[in-house]
Design a protein around this ligand. Structure first.
Ligand code: SF4
Ligand code: FE2
Length: 627
């Protein structure tokens, strides 16, 4: 067993960039070089352009903007706006999923695949289930889910899933999120010119907006995706560009919303479509994915993962991509011009993410079947336009076992349960591993890639370090894909673990890095932490568990960070969220918020030090518990 190294990833990328040069293609590597060094004012968060008297930039000579706002107010407002962008984005994705569930029909393209989960949520929300048709119930629950976005009174329904202590903190600190849309609006209101400039108020609302995402919109996205498409269970797949097949029509799905990618997978598997592909000279159809929509279909269908965020251009550079089909979020506008250098069709599908140089096929829950069929057909018909001299797929892929939803983790870890002491079907076997010290703790590795960090290195190096120290990893998003590409989701990766974690991997038959899904699925991690706390009688903040986003880049990531911290989990970042310009805001985020929510951020750009800090925090928590 051998991991694929980052050097090998980079050599493969180099070769693809050579192809790109032949056709005059641009790439992020060149654009990043042209954009560095970055604007210092922007980097420190001290540039304000929220009114037309500005822009104002804070310097020692000009310590206040024209309105008199100081640097702390400016950095804080920027941070809150950044969070609101992320919360809006995740939550709107969740809303789309609720809407898809609302459109589910027994004979339509969208069905209820996990009725059990639907019943569970209905009961949780006080909906009468007795004698109801499952589709009537789905529509009723979906309507309630949609209502969470604009509920007139009260806070998010899902908050009740948190331990009592956590709920009390949220109430006490006035950060329990109300209607999701309200928290986003309220954040934009507060950060408007002439509203809040008090650091505490801005950061408090950042936490609340984050919570409206994690325990509101993202959780809706995850839960209702499970109802529609099935709750993930362990499944075998593969990762890295080598999953594309030269002889086949290659369709790559990219983005976040599984409503589209599920349908593409469905139709690419249709015998009629496969026959058509053969007629057009291909051997078959291969669907692979990039970013979170890829995680979604990998977790539920075993669809292979072509790569993560900073590999999206590489997919086109293979010259073997007939269509890259995108929904929303994290899609490089570069894909339009890039696909024009090849035969690739760049297909946008959502009114939310429209881009130049794309073919726009508007995707609708009501007409999903026809839309998906049209897209698959377009890809097949494009096969003949390939330029064989440009085709090169790097021979590089790894095996991965994915699909570790909370339900799957609980079930799998029954494999290590001691039937005398542990209750099966709870998190108690996992807790037993942790309290006995066989596993020291857990790290939730999440987030994107960022050219500021050598891509994938931080994810992979940190995971290697953690598992060698008997710390189990749960991963999502592009972090999970980095792990899969390297081979860390191959069960054989147990060889890289300390003796304790290795034993657990053997007994439970799991890899040491567990794929928990997409970015909205970080809500799964919140549920897991909540269950661990309830089953152990501890507070979430006492558990030897931390979160880490070493290569993050998007507004969504900051929203996530805020809800993870506000849930009581210390969070470690490898990239600064544009707050270094204000010592007050930086102090609040890294220390001050601990007084409110029992957790805080650590920002450390040196990845080795970041890893040491996480281990130290986990050990500190163990010592405090006397374990
Ligand atoms: Fe300048 Fe104040 Fe306007 Fe910001 S809000 S641009 S600091 S005048
Ligand atoms: Fe994502």
């Amino acid at each position: 067993f051998k991991l694929t190294t980052v050097e090998e990833f980079e050599a493969a990328t180099e070769k693809l960039l050579e192809t790109g040069k032949k056709v005059g293609a641009d790439a992020w590597q060149y654009r990043a070089a042209k954009q560095t060094p970055h604007c210092k004012f922007g980097e420190q968060g001290v540039c304000c352009r929220i009114c037309a008297m500005g822009p104002c930039r804070i310097t020692p000579k000009a310590p206040r903007g024209i309105c008199g706002c100081d640097v702390h107010g400016i950095v804080g407002r920027n941070y809150l706006k950044f969070t609101a962008g992320g919360a809006a984005t995740h939550s709107d994705h969740g809303r789309e999923i609720c809407h898809t569930l609302y459109c589910a029909k027994p004979e339509g393209p969208y069905k209820v695949k996990d009725p059990e989960k639907l019943l569970r949520i209905a009961k949780e929300w006080g909906v009468e289930t007795e004698g109801k048709d499952i589709y009537d119930l789905a529509h009723e629950v979906a309507y309630l889910g949609l209502s969470e976005y604009g509920k007139v009174f009260g806070t998010q329904n899902f908050l009740k899933r948190a331990p009592q202590h956590t709920q009390e903190i949220w109430e006490r600190e006035e950060i329990a999120p109300r209607a999701i849309d309200r928290e986003v609006s309220c954040s934009l209101h507060m950060s408007h010119m002439g509203c809040s400039s008090l650091p505490e108020a801005l950061i408090r609302q950042s936490l609340r907006a984050g919570l409206s995402d994690g325990w509101g919109g993202s959780m809706a996205g995850t839960e209702f995706s499970d109802v529609l498409f099935g709750t993930p269970k362990p499944i075998e797949t593969e990762a890295n560009l080598g999953v594309m097949v030269a002889e086949n029509v290659n369709i790559v799905v990219h983005g976040h919303d599984p409503s589209l990618s599920e349908m593409i997978c469905e139709y690419a598997d249709d015998p009629e479509m496969i026959a058509y592909a053969k007629e057009m000279g291909a051997k078959g159809i291969t669907v692979s994915g990039v970013c979170c929509t890829s995680n979604e279909v990998a977790m539920r269908r075993g669809i292979p993962m072509a790569g993560n965020f900073l590999q999206q251009e590489n997919v086109v550079l293979t010259g073997a991509c007939e269509a890259i089909v995108v929904d929303v979020q994290c899609i490089f506008p570069a894909l339009g011009p890039l696909s024009k250098c090849f035969h690739t069709k760049f297909v946008t599908t959502s009114p939310i993410a429209q881009m130049p140089d794309a073919e726009y096929i508007r995707f609708n829950a009501e007409t999903a079947g026809e839309n998906a069929k049209a897209i698959v057909k377009m890809a097949i018909e494009n096969f003949k336009n390939r330029k064989p001299e440009l085709v090169h797929i790097p021979d590089m892929k790894q095996k991965a076992t994915v699909g570790y939803s909370v339900e799957a983790i609980v079930k799998t870890l029954d494999g290590v349960a001691n039937s005398q002491v542990d209750e099966m079907g709870t998190t108690k076997p996992l807790l037993e591993c942790i309290t006995s010290g066989v596993i020291r703790g857990a790290v939730a590795m999440v987030g994107c890639n960022n050219p500021k960090v050598r891509p994938d290195t931080a994810h992979i190096e940190l995971m290697k370090k953690m598992i060698a120290n008997d710390i189990i990893i749960i991963a999502s998003g592009c972090s999970a894909q980095a792990a899969a590409k390297a081979g860390l989701m191959d069960k054989e990766a147990k060889e890289l673990c300390g003796a304790g974690l290795k034993r657990v991997c053997e007994l439970a038959d799991i890899p040491p890095v567990l794929h928990m899904g997409s970015c909205v699925d970080i809500s799964r991690m919140m549920i897991l932490a909540a269950e661990l706390a309830k089953d152990s009688g501890l507070n979430i903040s006492q558990l030897p568990v931390v979160g880490c986003a070493p290569e993050w880049m998007s507004e969504k990531a900051v929203s996530i960070g805020n809800y993870v911290v506000a849930t009581g989990i210390d969070t470690f970042l490898g990239v600064d969220p544009y707050v270094s310009g204000s010592d007050q805001i930086a102090q609040l985020l890294t220390e001050g918020v601990r007084d409110w929510v029992e957790a805080a951020y650590t920002v450390e750009k040196d990845i080795d030090k970041l890893g040491d800090a996480m281990i130290a925090r986990i050990e500190e928590k163990r010592t405090a518990l006397g374990i």
